[in-house]
Design a protein around this ligand. Structure first.
Ligand SMILES: [Zn+2]
Length: 849
């Protein structure tokens, strides 16, 4: 029996070594440096491994603060650390450094922690609350004495908010955050201690942990023993990459909208500090070098001059720092400032100097450049770290002037005489309650003041979302008002503008580019008006100050059942108003609870009982698209299920006491109501589907509607039995998706003919048009230019139909009878449009029966 343990023991030792060399799973703490063991893949840089130069030569450090290299499984910057490893290393440094505090400000969809790391001199850390309160006064100087403001500018440190890797697969930033944290938490030489006299550092180490973990699993799974230096290799990531968060949202476009929990949490965290510098570390193509600001034109109207002025100062010192190492970099060649919802632009509109960094993307590995030079990931990390530390140092050097400029902007924003400050944005609520709430919450979430008017008021020089212009317009009490004149005036003006225009210089450049190269110079987002996006009744006007309470949200909608007035009266069914977006969620929830739901193709009204009284008022008038759950079509517990679905969706379901709709639209038992089929949704995913477009559809189906949906693989489309689904959603996709659709056209057509509903968006929709695939007789305009007169003629006939009075004396009875019969037959054959939209299969077979 003795020899056996001798065999077992070495095996256990080997297993322990092997597990220490592999990365820990997300969520686990990082082990210490690995002991030598059997051969396993070494992730990250495998080139020039022995040449680890210090990130900041010349700085001296407090030995009580552990060096990141000692806290990670490989030296910092030679690999891409997991989110949990970064947090564990930061927390270990914070234990050793009295200058460093970590706070949690949110969670991602996948539950990962979002943290801020505050680093300040011990004196400033001790008075951090007072510093934040003082900066709050500069951020909103209304009612604060000038002497007090001057004292704050003279004595209060500025705040640098240093953000990293909002695009999860632009990874060097998050690794660099450890180097920046160590520099400021442990540095004992004057290059660090002088900065901390004048600046409080807040590090946002990883803005998109879910995206980072997704790409990390791809990098690790495709890594090999032999380093790959090819910038295009799949070893640097594949669909859906790590740019977006869990639902693949680009959070560098989400600052104006706050659709994602990461953005909303960060809004609140940043506003707690009122930063004067906000940096945002990204990556670009692997063969590029390094870009930082000044940005290029076009600039969105109202873009603060304060930022433009300070960019030049920050750029000079950042350039000088790069020159000391002999690194390549450039400014102003791209990255325009048109869309105000990028991280740095949003930071600028909050009052900070917003600065973007773009490092060439190495994906945690060494890479061969076009010149043959082999660049290492550690160098990429060092570029990001040096940029952040240099910008924070510049802020310290110019602290007083930057704070004075920050205050001057806010005072100008609050001044009556500032151009445009007489304007206000007005939202007249009532038409889309869910969207109105969303708009108010997204404005208030960013710190914008919204007032609910106590009384009716009049506005002058009025523009509306419908591009109408009026000299005057009367607004009711309860209208929601966003005055331009407030501390965030420039953000209000830029964000809520109906129709911002390019400056002439940029227009000329755009035309030249279009005519010569047929390319747009526009970086990406060119339009954003939330009032238009949400289809709300929005106005811009001049008005006197409107009195009322400030609001951060609107009253939560009432939800549940509205019973009939008399408890003993039998219920015919329950109706949900289709005007509110939440009705869609009700339909989904109700069908998930196995209720039979009908949708109406015309407006109707619901009543307590059948009435012939012309003066009687209905319970409610409902627009086209409203929903009906009939009692006799459902089980005995229908009322309880309707109530559950209504509460889950946040809507009211009104009980109807009769199927009769008086004379207001169709009766509730008739042919204008169509049974909805419970959706069984397949959503096309994987290459070549657009990650954004796919993610947005997925987020809506899953997160907003609560609808189960199967993600199906575009590369395997022909292998699925589509009969399991009655809805197939095709997000935007490029030319390769057209080829996939072409290969599967016959089976898709058969499926559609059997009742399947195909929903296509963008390039997928255009792929289905025209003769090649033959899914639709609809043609794209460029394909139908020669036939435009024909289309114009039929549009004219459609418009004129019914306008000409019929001469009764010339009518023949026989012909009319035949026409009527034919029309009735055609109507019976026709598939109802609304039920096809809501998944047709069942509705159609029921009608055919
Ligand atoms: Zn990026």
């Amino acid at each position: 029996m003795l020899p056996r343990p001798l065999h077992v023991v070495p095996f256990l030792v080997l297993a322990a070594c092997a597990s220490a060399q592999n990365p820990p799973p997300a969520g686990a703490a990082a082990p210490a440096q690995t002991p030598p063991g059997p051969r396993t893949i070494r992730f990250g840089d495998s080139v020039r491994n022995g040449e680890l130069v210090p990130m900041f030569p010349g700085t001296t450090y407090d030995p009580k603060v552990p060096v990141p290299d000692s806290l990670l499984r490989q030296p910092l910057g030679t690999f891409t650390a997991h989110h949990a490893e970064i947090l564990a290393a930061l927390r270990a440094m914070a234990v050793g450094s009295p200058r460093m505090k970590i706070f949690t400000f949110g969670r991602t969809h996948e539950g990962r922690e979002l943290v801020g790391v505050i680093i300040a001199s011990t004196e400033n850390m001790a008075r951090l609350d007072a510093i934040k309160a003082d900066l709050g006064k500069l951020a909103d100087p209304r009612g604060v004495a000038q002497a007090e403001l001057d004292r704050i500018v003279a004595n209060t440190p500025a705040v640098a908010w240093l953000g990293f890797s909002i695009h999860g697969d632009e990874m060097s930033g998050a690794d660099a955050s450890l180097a920046v944290a160590y520099q400021f938490a442990a540095g004992t030489s004057a290059d660090v201690t002088d900065v901390l006299k004048d600046v409080v550092i807040v590090i946002d180490p990883a803005l998109n942990p879910d995206g980072r973990e997704r790409i990390l699993s791809q990098l690790e799974q495709s890594a090999g023993y032999v380093p790959n230096l090819d910038s295009d290799a799949m070893q640097r990531g594949r669909w859906p990459y790590g740019r977006g968060n869990h639902y693949l949202f680009d959070m560098n476009r989400d600052w104006m909208w706050g659709t994602q929990p990461e953005t909303r949490a960060r809004w609140a965290a940043i506003q707690g500090f009122h930063p004067q510098l906000l940096t945002d570390a990204h990556e670009m193509g692997g063969l590029d070098t390094y870009l930082f600001y000044p940005a290029t034109d076009p600039f969105t109207p109202f873009f603060p001059e304060h930022t433009k002025t300070w960019w030049r100062v920050f750029a000079a010192e950042q350039g000088a720092a790069f020159d000391r190492y002999g690194w390549s970099y450039y400014t102003r060649e791209w990255a325009d400032s048109w869309y105000p919802g990028y991280t740095d632009s949003w930071g600028t509109f909050q009052g900070a100097v917003g600065i973007l960094y773009e490092q060439a993307r190495f994906a945690g590995q060494a890479l061969r450049r076009a010149s043959g030079e082999i660049a290492t990931y550690r160098e990429a990390v060092q570029h990001q770290a040096v940029s952040s530390v240099t910008n924070a140092t510049t802020l310290a050097k110019h602290r007083k002037d930057v704070l004075a400029g920050f205050l001057a902007q806010k005072q100008q924003n609050c001044a009556a005489e500032t151009a445009g400050n007489e304007r206000m944005f007005v939202l007249v609520p009532g038409r889309h309650p869910a969207r109105e709430t969303r708009l108010v919450e997204l404005l208030a979430g960013q710190g914008i003041e919204v007032t609910r008017a106590d009384e009716a008021f009049s506005g002058a020089h009025v523009e509306s979302t419908l591009a109408a212009r009026e000299d005057a317009h009367a607004f009711p009490a309860g209208a929601l008002v966003v005055p331009a004149r407030q501390p965030l005036a420039t953000l209000v003006k830029a964000l809520l503008a109906f129709d911002p225009r390019y400056e002439q210089k940029s227009l000329d450049a755009e035309r030249k580019e279009l005519e010569r190269k047929q390319n747009s110079k526009a970086y990406d987002v060119t339009a954003w008006s939330p009032a238009h996006a949400f289809d709300l009744d929005g106005f811009w006007c001049d008005a006197q100050e409107v009195r009322g309470a400030k609001v951060k949200t609107l009253e939560a909608p009432k939800s549940g059942l509205v019973p009939l007035p008399k408890a003993d009266q039998p219920v015919y069914g329950w109706v949900v108003d289709g005007q509110d977006d939440r009705a869609l969620a009700f339909a989904v929830q109700a069908m998930e609870l196995e209720l039979q739901v009908e949708i109406c193709e015309e407006p109707f009204a619901i009543w307590t009982s059948a009435t012939s009284d012309a003066k009687a008022e209905p319970i409610r008038r409902c627009p086209r698209g409203s929903l009906l759950v009939r009692r006799h079509e459902n089980t005995a517990d229908a009322a309880a299920r309707v109530e559950r679905a209504a509460k889950a969706a946040g809507v009211l379901a009104y009980a109807a006491g009769t199927a009769r709709s008086a004379d207001e639209g169709p009766d509730l038992g008739g042919q204008k109501f169509h049974l909805l089929a419970r959706p069984r949704v397949a959503l096309l995913s994987n290459n070549p589907v657009s990650t954004d477009n796919f993610g947005h559809a997925w987020h809506m189906l899953d997160n907003e509607l609560g609808l189960p949906c199967s993600l199906v693989d575009a590369q395997e489309l022909g292998g699925y039995d589509l009969r399991k689904y009655n809805v197939l959603v095709l997000p935007e996709g490029g030319g390769d998706l057209r080829a996939i659709l072409k290969n599967n056209a016959d089976s898709l057509k058969t499926w559609v003919e059997a009742g399947g509903t195909l929903i296509a968006s963008g390039g997928s929709a255009s792929a289905l048009l025209g003769k090649e695939l033959g899914f639709s007789s609809v043609r794209a305009r460029p394909d139908a230019l020669a036939d435009l007169p024909k289309y114009a003629d039929s549009v004219k006939r459609e418009r004129e139909a019914g306008k000409k009075p019929v001469d009764a004396s010339r009518r023949t009875t026989r012909r009319t009878r035949r026409t009527t019969r034919r029309t009735r037959r055609a109507r019976r054959r026709r598939t109802p449009t609304s039920s096809r939209v809501g998944t047709a299969g069942r509705a159609r077979s029921r009608r055919a029966a």
